[in-house]
Ligand binder design. Structure first.
Ligand code: TA6
Length: 296
């Protein structure tokens, strides 16, 4: 199906993708997982999002790059490690609405997911989930959860964004100075950030109680990426570094310099760990981000 600047097509692995090309940007969103796999404003020589050169496109499996959605739990399931890491929303097919062209030239794509027999076997709650991506020179994503059942449920979630960088060793992430974090790469210890986040080994941190706008400074790609958010109290920063990356089949085999682990940083807008939410019956919650890249 095609609606002007947006086309739905089958891509690698037989997965369905929405392809958006307007005067401001190009973007691709996989209908499995409502996962944005590419966003490049016309003003940028390189995509702002990262995609692994050895990404696997498989039914039921999230793709290594772009913006996977972690929902309704972040990381391992609280009581059953056999259940999918980061929840199930990123592994299932969402329903697409016809994309809409906005007056400013951006394109808005909405995708929907609600509970089913399969979802209730994994997570026994009724829900409606709406994903809305607005693709332009700026990228907006809103993820709205509604509790359509009769009882409250716990919710942890993240927009697990992989940002493309020139080299992980040369980037800095600003905006988290003074913020407490759980250091997953160091046995879950609680620590406090001093200055910008820099990378010289694996970094896997859940920063708590922060609504701050973050900025990725990338001297090699000569740009800074602004990451602002709403409805999010946690920020997760991740790069697996060499050893962990080698253990990930859809990342480790990529050359370090092209589409490999040195070329991304994840800065994730989340509600996780200390900031897990409780959604009462009938209540909705919106997690939203806005990304913008500019030259330095
Ligand atoms: O957000 C960081 C993290 O939770 C890491 O611990 C890391 O393993 C990563 O997500 C990727 O998870 P995935 O299940 O997509 O391989």
């Amino acid at each position: 199906m095609s609606s002007g600047e947006s086309t739905f097509r089958k891509g690698p692995g037989g997965l369905l993708f929405a392809q958006i090309e307007n005067g401001l940007a190009t973007a691709t969103v996989c209908l499995q997982g409502a996962q944005l796999t590419h966003w490049q404003p016309r003003s940028q020589a390189e995509p702002v999002t990262f995609m692994s050169a050895t990404a696997q496109y498989t039914e039921g499996k999230s793709i290594r790059g772009g913006v996977p959605i972690c929902w309704p739990w972040f990381g391992a399931h609280a009581t059953d490690k056999a259940r999918a890491s980061h929840g199930f929303a990123r592994n299932v097919l969402w329903e697409a609405r016809t994309p809409v062209r906005l007056e400013n030239g951006a394109t808005q794509l909405s995708l929907l997911l609600s509970d089913s027999e399969e979802s209730r076997a994994l997570w026994p709650h009724r829900f409606g989930l709406e994903y809305r991506a607005t693709v332009g020179d700026v990228l907006d994503i809103e993820l709205t959860t509604t509790n359509t059942g009769g009882e409250a449920f716990p919710l942890s979630e993240a927009l697990h964004t992989y940002f493309q960088v020139g080299d992980i060793g040369s980037v800095q992430v600003l905006g988290l100075d003074g913020t407490e974090f759980i250091d997953t790469a160091d046995g879950g210890q609680r620590k406090r950030q001093k200055g910008p986040v820099t990378f010289a080994a694996e970094v896997d941190r859940v920063y708590a109680n922060t609504e701050a706008t973050c900025m990725i400074i990338d001297p090699l790609l000569k740009r800074r990426i602004h990451i602002s958010k709403r409805g999010s109290q946690s920020t997760v920063v991740w790069n697996p570094w060499e050893k962990k990356a080698a253990g990930l089949a859809d990342l480790g085999a990529a050359p370090a310099t092209r589409g490999g682990w040195r070329q991304f940083v994840c800065v994730e807008s989340a509600n996780a760990r200390d900031n897990t939410l409780t959604l009462a019956a009938g209540q909705s919650h919106c997690l939203a981000i806005q990304y913008r890249a500019e030259p330095i």
